[in-house]
Design a protein around this ligand. Sequence first.
Ligand SMILES: Cc1ncc(COP(=O)(O)O)c(C=O)c1O
Length: 385
Amino acid sequence: MRIADRMAFIQPFHVMALLARARELEAAGRSIIHMEIGEPDFASPQPVIDAGIKALSEGYTHYTPATGLPALRERIAAFYLDRYGVKLAPGRVIITPGASVGLQLALAVLVNAGDKVLMADPGYPCNRNFVYLLNAEPVGIPVDATSGYQPSLEQVEQHWSPAVAALLLASPSNPTGTLLQQATIRRLFEYVSAQGGSLIVDEIYHGLTYGVEVGTALAVSDGLFVINSFSKYFGMTGWRLGWMVVPPDYVQDIDKLAQNLFLAAPTMAQHAAIAAFSEENIAILETRRHEFRKRRDFLLPALRELGFDIPATPEGAFYLYADCSRFSEDSYAFSNQLLEEAGVAITPGVDFGSNRPERHVRFAYTTSLENLREGVRRLGEYLNP
Ligand SMILES: Cc1ncc(COP(=O)(O)O)c(C=O)c1O
């Protein structure tokens, strides 16, 4: 069998094996509390579903322009003004099939074969694989609680070299739920630009922040790339829709790539997404945000009490990244053990990089408060009998 060399670098999600085992146990009648799943448990809100159905029955089943429906690009630009006070030319907003494709487009216009891309470790697992696809090299910056699990300017300086094309940040972060301060983004942008590199900021968990005001990186400069999506705050994972905001000089190149790589994002989803910004829909999303906050406020102290170390308080997303070394030095075996013996599914650290993954696990609070309570009860019984 012929297979490209790059495939040797590309890893599957380890949690998928765990999820498959969880489903097997459930099929055999076991009850499993799922805290491994990285998407909202809520279905897409009704106004979005209604708008999607309407678009289909009105015959919106053809391609849109590669950069997306003009009405949606305008709606997103207006959202930045409403929510963040940032004025944006709608022409800089590119609609993509999820943030996944936005990340790939940004990297594809910036990165040459052999270049390096800096990113936090632990971080979102797909990022390093996107870089491998370009025959470039992902470089993890080992982050810890001292900098809120985000790369500091000092670390970026230490890891910089002429081969680095870009720095990729995520705020709030997956798996740690921690944020970057606006001042830090500014300092990082200034440094990276001065070196001739580019900054990409993944804001996919924006909207899901609890008790803090969060600005967009777009307020810092027009010269950076911002990636976002309808998947998380908007609860539309299955519609496969996201967007990116690109520096004005890159619009044409991104358009060219979009035309070639996917022609256009799903049309029905784009029509539905316009309704995602209605007052009625945002009110539903805000209620959900409040629910996520209640879950975090329950789970964070409960896990700490059980003996998990979570040194930096996560202020966003729906994840808690916990040091489990008090219980095990092998978080992969530990996650499997918790599944088999306690009926609780979580994600082992190995999915997020190579910075002490064996000491860490990720808990996702993408299940009801009632389930979380039961999960904590089971963990307590198993770990501290
Ligand atoms: C940090 C981060 N970026 C991007 C994505 C991709 O999301 P989507 O393609 O559904 O928009 C995810 C999904 O979990 C994520 O956690």
